[in-house]
Write a protein that binds this ligand. Structure first.
Ligand SMILES: *Cc1c(COP(=O)(O)O)cnc(C)c1O
Length: 224
């Protein structure tokens, strides 16, 4: 199967309202260009320098989505061009994104990452922590970020019912935040959930963005 046919195959299974983010981390630009030539315009990366290097050499109509754990000292590399940061996992990080975005005269769309998996290793807010941030006086002073929704990763497991339960938790976080903090904000509408192994369940549970890597580009070689 080629990258183009993988993309076309996945697209044929996605409802109209679900965006496909091609997760291209660890993959060479030639692979990304194959996806681009198949019409793909949304790419996801998890390292600031790798994404920036790819952004520099690739066509400028690509939307770059940052999906990995972001260190504050790396924010400055991606702020000039990033389309959306999916992985805001602390108030401190959001404050730093706001600061850098202000320097560039931008308002950067962000998603709040929630810790929905049973695995300890994953990053993200609890619901209570997110609420604490949204209610804080500082939050209202951050004019260079815009919260567009939520993101989460389910446990890496064969247990589909557990995965479904975790996605439901994220959808529930979204619904409560929407009602309590963003009722008038139309741009608060994204639920970024679903990867190669679990995206059909994510879509059933309300995903608006799936982040798919291996089903498009093949297995990753982390040694590269
Ligand atoms: C790598 C990654 C993906 C894509 O994973 P696949 O299983 O290859 O589809 C999605 N989301 C995040 C946050 C990732 O780091």
């Amino acid at each position: 199967m080629s990258i183009a046919s993988n993309i076309n195959d996945i697209r044929s299974h996605l409802p109209e309202h679900v965006k496909l983010i091609a997760v291209s981390k660890f993959k060479p630009v030639s692979d990304l260009m194959e996806a681009y030539n198949a019409g793909q315009r949304l790419f996801g990366e998890n390292k600031a320098q790798e994404m920036t290097a790819k952004h520099e050499v690739m066509p400028k109509d690509i939307e770059w989505h940052f999906i990995g754990h972001l260190q504050t000292n790396k924010i400055k590399y991606i702020i000039p061009y990033v389309h959306c940061i999916h992985s805001i996992d602390s108030a401190h990080l959001l404050a730093e994104v706001d600061k850098q975005a202000a320097k560039h005269g931008r308002t950067v769309p962000c998603l709040l990452q929630f810790h929905i998996a049973t695995e300890e290793t994953k990053f993200g807010f609890s619901y209570e922590e997110a609420v604490e941030m949204l209610q804080s006086p500082e939050f209202r002073t951050w004019e260079h970020i815009a919260i567009h929704g939520v993101m989460g990763m389910a446990t890496n497991t064969e247990d589909n019912e557990l995965i479904r339960k975790e996605f439901r938790t994220l959808k529930n976080c979204f619904d409560r935040l929407k009602a309590d903090y963003f009722p008038q904000q139309e741009s608060f509408r994204e639920i970024s959930m679903g990867m190669t192994g679990d995206y059909p369940i994510a879509i059933e549970e309300g995903s608006t963005m799936v982040r798919i890597g291996s089903a498009i580009f093949g297995a990753r070689n982390y040694q590269l």
